[in-house]
Design a protein around this ligand. Structure first.
Ligand code: FPP
Length: 240
């Protein structure tokens, strides 16, 4: 056990729909509860000393859901813009987005832009919102930008390494240290494929609206009990 705090925590928000259905409520009520919980949870993570939080809120595949549900999630961004900004200012968070901009309405894009611009001044706490996001799409989009620069002779092939590649992703983020998925599913579902190479995975049955500070403490405790070797050997523990 060590007392290391993960620099970058990823959370695959899952189970909002089931949380609502279990209570006889509409799925939208689940997203509303998820939205409230996300604010409390991220504020707690930053208090604990985490610097980067990445949350998977809408995947490229989520457009396959009903129009009502998609619209509800989109409207959370635009309709609750004032609340989101207040939360970011109070908690001193720079919030920004990862994902493709196509398929998003002008109103949603404007809200995203306002959030990014108005919170840019906060540098210690970074909140990466994955919205219309796919991990493979991110890698393809970065590759296209790289090829474009190679073609235009502003980049040499031999200069491409991991550090440079990272800069071509949606945001130049550090690797994920801890990745949490709620609701019992044990998959990555196309979330931050590049950034989770050495992340510690934590899967928990709790549905997202019920995942509270004490549950994060448990995840943190398990993280601190894990032996992170990054492909090497922990010489302190090797006994021969
Ligand atoms: C996954 O649960 C959750 C989502 C796809 C939406 C997450 C959205 C929020 C937390 C609020 C959005 C906030 C902003 C700022 C836009 P699910 O619906 O897949 O749950 P299920 O597996 O039980 O159906």
């Amino acid at each position: 056990m060590n007392n290391k705090i993960p620099n970058h925590v990823g959370i695959i928000v899952d189970g909002n729909g089931r949380w609502a259905t279990n209570r006889g409520l509409s799925r939208s009520k689940g997203h509303e509860a998820g939205f409230i919980n996300l604010q409390k949870l991220t504020a707690y993570m930053y208090e604990k000393g985490v610097h980067y939080v990445s949350a998977y809120l809408f995947s490229t595949e989520n457009f396959k859901r009903s129009e009502t549900e998609v619209n509800f999630i989109m409207n959370l961004l635009t309709g609750k813009l004032k609340e989101i900004l207040e939360f970011c200012h109070q908690t001193k968070i720079h919030a920004f987005f990862s994902g493709r901009k196509d398929k998003l309405s002008k109103k949603v894009l404007e809200a995203m832009n306002t959030i990014e611009e108005e919170t840019r001044k906060y540098t210690d706490r970074q909140f990466n919102i994955c919205f219309n996001y796919g991990g493979r799409a991110e890698i393809i989009d970065a590759t296209k930008k790289i090829l474009y620069d190679v073609e235009n002779k502003t980049l040499e092939i031999n200069n491409i390494d991991e550090e440079l590649y990272n800069k071509y992703l949606y945001n130049n983020l550090p690797s994920l240290d801890l990745l949490i998925r709620t609701s019992g599913e044990k998959r990555i579902s196309n979330f931050m494929l590049w950034q989770c190479s050495y992340a510690e995975f934590y899967f928990i049955d709790t549905l997202f609206p019920d995942f509270k500070a004490k549950d994060f403490d448990k995840a943190l405790e398990e993280y601190q009990n894990r032996d992170r070797r990054f492909g090497g050997i922990d010489y302190d523990k090797k006994n021969h």
